[in-house]
Design a protein around this ligand. Structure first.
Ligand SMILES: Cc1cc2nc3c(=O)[nH]c(=O)nc-3n(C[C@H](O)[C@H](O)[C@H](O)COP(=O)(O)O)c2cc1C
Length: 378
């Protein structure tokens, strides 16, 4: 991890090490990628107020999320198929998060299963749920998350259908997956990646494989998943989930004040203001553009988490100043994973930690509680 000083460095290394099809899968947004670009552009537009001579020798980046003490106002977002960036990717990301003292979220569509991560990482993590039409399967997943001692359930609500990503279709990462010869040759040129993946605990959808009768191939499982997205899901279904899951519930994929109020009404202990990293509704505003209104409306009733475009500690401070309790990062740590496995994820978190700490000092903040709208130049 020498000569890596920012998230962009990790991105460049990951681009070299990860086969093209899987790197593109991470990078892409849906359709014209307007919303993907807006996530970054709007964050970059927010200017910070330099504030000096206030005595910032002692600083503390720790805070709490859902009542748990965390070393940073940060969590790792659920990212499907992370285990194809680096063998056992989900386990390694969870270990890096544990070492850094922040939460890790495992996706329903992970490569390593809930049970693999629980056993290998030996630490509580959050589990992200996509509710399937087959409610029996969703019910079983919630029970498995409880058995794996997951400390929160994160229900993702912004995926009634899948936003199209052009590159995934071109690369053969659609349903059913059928990688092109060029992609296979590209993988063969990365023997270390291949060895890592072959040595991993799973090479398919770990939470599905072995839990659905007669479905063992990636093809059949991806078919099943695409047919199982439940566009009929509504707030009424929350009652059912609330009965099954007694622990903290996070609702992810809120970009609208009315929806935020509905989530609070449905019993969310936290919401994630998110447009799925620009991968769903193309043409939607950036997450950061919607954060202040949503935080104003429901910040007193629930914890408001934020994601979308966070690539630095400066971005974390921007989001906190606009009302977020903490940020989730997706691509920023996935670049680390692709660049160097567990050490790469640790590096990504450490880069953001150092940047946040320095930015707190330069804006005159000694603690997370000191960060507020006054650190911004309006
Ligand atoms: C490759 C990739 C896969 C993702 N898979 C999931 C997923 O399985 N479940 C989910 O709730 N969100 C998923 N997301 C969205 C992230 O949780 C998060 O909202 C997003 O990455 C935040 O934007 P950022 O990447 O700019 O940090 C995915 C994002 C990416 C980039």
């Amino acid at each position: 991890m020498k000569n890596i000083t920012c998230i962009e460095d990790l991105r460049r290394v990951a681009r070299r090490k990860v086969p093209r099809a899987f790197f593109d899968y991470v990078e892409a947004g849906s359709y014209s990628e307007d919303t993907l670009r807006a996530n970054r552009a709007d964050l970059e537009d927010i200017k910070l107020r330099q504030h000096v001579m206030v005595g910032v020798a002692e600083r503390d980046t720790s805070t709490s999320i859902l009542g748990q003490k965390v070393a940073l106002p940060l969590a790792l977002a659920p990212v499907g198929m992370s285990g194809l960036q680096w063998g056992n990717g989900e386990i390694l990301a969870c270990l890096a998060a544990r070492a850094a003292g922040i939460p890790y979220t495992l996706s329903t569509l992970s490569i390593c299963s809930l049970e693999h991560v629980a056993e290998a990482a030996g630490t509580p993590f959050w589990f992200q749920l996509y509710v399937t039409k087959d409610r029996g399967f969703a019910h079983a997943l919630i029970e498995r998350a409880a058995a794996a001692r997951c400390s929160a359930l994160m229900l993702t609500v912004d995926l009634p259908v899948v936003g199209q990503r052009h590159c995934d279709i071109r690369n053969g990462l659609s349903v059913p997956p059928s990688l092109k010869l060029a992609n296979l040759l590209d993988m063969a040129r990365r023997p270390r990646w291949v060895t890592g993946i072959l040595g991993g605990k799973s090479r398919s959808f770990g939470n599905l494989h072995g839990h659905l009768k007669g479905m063992t191939s990636v093809k059949s499982l991806s078919h099943w998943v695409s047919g199982q997205l439940d566009a009929g899901l509504s707030w009424k279904d929350l009652e059912w989930i609330r009965k099954l899951w007694r622990g903290p519930l996070i609702i992810k994929g809120i970009l609208d004040v009315e929806d935020a109020r509905s989530a609070v009404g449905a019993g969310a202990n936290a919401i994630v203001v998110s447009n799925h990293g620009g991968r769903q509704l193309d043409g939607a505003p950036s997450s950061i553009a919607m954060l202040p209104k949503i935080a104003d409306a429901v910040g007193g009733d629930t914890e408001v988490l934020f994601d979308g475009g966070v690539r630095s500690g400066q971005d974390v401070l921007r989001a906190l100043a606009l009302g977020a309790k903490a940020c989730l990062i997706g691509r920023a740590y996935i670049y680390g994973l692709g660049a160097g496995g567990e050490a790469g994820v640790a590096k990504a978190i450490d880069i953001i930690r150092r940047e946040l700490d320095a930015t707190m000092a330069l804006t005159g903040c000694k603690s997370i509680a000191d960060i507020g709208p006054h650190v911004l130049v309006r």
